[in-house]
Design a protein around this ligand. Structure first.
Ligand SMILES: Cc1cc2nc3c(=O)[nH]c(=O)nc-3n(C[C@H](O)[C@H](O)[C@H](O)COP(=O)(O)O)c2cc1C
Length: 221
């Protein structure tokens, strides 16, 4: 079976976020989907190991922002390769709140939807939250970021906690022919591929995506 066939599925990229008391969670997902029009309902699938999952469960509501093509990999790394358990993902960027009290970042978002959780479904590694839309706002005209654009233009990778993770699938950066004299190192935690002229990574090298140290990198070529 070639599970990379599922990379042909089209989807967008989103940040789902929630606040329960003082506890904040926010993470990139590609599993945002409109389910029904009446009532207006959406769903998100969030890995149980993601901090955001527990926060949504406790809050009983969440915000879903639709990311735009203006996103760079730093923005994706902030929300998609780090945990809200360790860092404040809204530090240093504009933060607003939905009518339900969930934080969101208007930067790199073209729409924001505030949802109350009306159903929860345990699908194994992930929890599916069905949210009834309580409020929605268009934030700008920038084109929504698709997963295809993320893979082909931003050369983004898919971390293990994403629903769409395919073990052993080649990251787009690995599939491209390696320029002569270049070497590639892959972060085993998040899949980021670093290209360099050097045979070795410097001792103080850290992954720009997830912050892992040099020891977490394997040499590809
Ligand atoms: C492109 C991309 C797609 C992702 N899709 C999902 C997803 O659909 N569901 C999910 O739970 N995590 C997904 N993730 C992983 C989470 O964003 C990631 O594990 C994040 O660090 C969790 O943060 P948290 O611990 O603050 O919740 C995705 C990450 C990326 C970069």
């Amino acid at each position: 079976m070639d599970a990379s066939a599922l990379f042909k599925f089209t989807s967008g990229l989103y940040v789902v976020s929630a606040q329960a008391g003082e506890d904040v969670g926010a993470c990139v997902i590609n599993t945002g989907l409109q389910l029904t029009a009446e009532p207006l309902q959406v769903m998100v699938a969030v890995n149980k190991q993601n901090h955001t999952q527990g926060v949504i469960e406790r809050a009983g509501h969440f915000a879903l922002s639709v990311l735009t093509q203006e996103c760079d990999m730093d923005y994706i790394a902030r929300f998609g390769f780090r945990s809200s358990a360790d860092v404040d993902k809204f530090e240093g960027i504009e933060r607003r709140e939905t009518a339900l009290g969930d934080p969101f970042a208007p930067a790199c978002s073209c729409a924001i939807v505030a949802c109350r959780v009306v159903q929860t479904l345990d699908v194994g590694t992930h929890m599916v939250f069905v949210g009834e839309v309580a409020d929605a706002e268009v934030l700008g005209d920038a084109a929504p970021l698709t997963y295809a654009y993320y893979h082909s233009v931003l050369k983004g990778t898919t971390p293990p906690k994403a629903s769409s993770f395919v073990p052993d699938a080649k990251a787009p950066a690995e599939e491209a022919p390696a320029p002569a004299g270049k070497h590639h190192f892959r972060c085993v935690l998040c899949g980021y591929v670093h290209e360099t002229d050097d045979e070795e990574l410097p001792d103080d090298f850290t992954c720009p995506m997830c912050g892992a140290g040099k020891d977490m990198f394997e040499k590809i070529d």
